[in-house]
Design a protein around this ligand. Sequence first.
Ligand SMILES: C[S@@+](CC[C@H](N)C(=O)[O-])C[C@H]1O[C@@H](n2cnc3c(N)ncnc32)[C@H](O)[C@@H]1O
Length: 277
Amino acid sequence: MKSKATKYKQRIINIWNEVAPFYHNRWAKNEIGPFSVTNSLIKSARIKSGYTVLDLACGTGLVTKKILTRVGRGQVYGVDSSKSALDIARKWVGKKQNIHFILGDAETIQFDTKFDTITCQYALFFFPNAQKVLKNMKKFLKKNGIIAMSVHGKFNVPYFDSILKPARKIIPDYLPKYPDMDRFGTKDTFKDVFVKAGYDRVVVKKLLFRYSPGTFSDYWNNYKKYLSKPLKEKFNALNKFQKANLQEMVKDNTLQYTKKNGKIDFPWEILLLTARS
Ligand SMILES: C[S@@+](CC[C@H](N)C(=O)[O-])C[C@H]1O[C@@H](n2cnc3c(N)ncnc32)[C@H](O)[C@@H]1O
């Protein structure tokens, strides 16, 4: 029988294989909202010319492409468990001798090289066993090498919460309860998982970005439009009355962020961590 973690990982693979094109075109390649953190992440990783760098859970290659501009003749590895995300990354980054995209699971992937630096943007919370991933990464990070990661904050990300809180009230099993996606969303919990995995000099910074999804109708309609299949099925199973109710609850949550011109302006809290092996 498949374990809870294995089933969850398969769900994540299916979802990312489905949503990777929208994700890339709507978010990543435009570097909007939380993706504005990418330059800070790269800076904090202190990548130098000639380095060998791993971008873990590289997705469609946003961070990977920027790393390439820093390493000169160094080597860059991008690992992700979604084939569809990697296909986009390969096209977007372009063919170069020193970029290696690999399909693999962060928990179990093995390399025959060691890295000067490892980056990982917006993925730690997707790993059911984050400790195992961090210990695996530590094996391949050179002594004193830097690992740099970003995650969404647990608080002050109303882009997610305005919809998810009411959606969970109306559809209790809307999102899987396991793993808790917010478990690394405070400075302490983010730091702890690295300390427990044996990393040194762990520093977490809190950064605040902003994101405007347009008017409430833009926000609501785009949310529904780009839902992944498992969530769309749950949403579509609601009756008319439930849907209208949900929409009203979501609207109420956005009012405090709505400007006079009718546009929503959300804050977006991000945590940026660096640590040494
Ligand atoms: C929010 S995206 C971030 C992608 C990229 N780092 C960026 O900043 O655009 C999360 C990525 O984590 C990948 N992912 C999730 N679980 C994974 C695992 N166990 N091993 C490798 N990649 C994983 C997904 O396929 C997805 O591409």
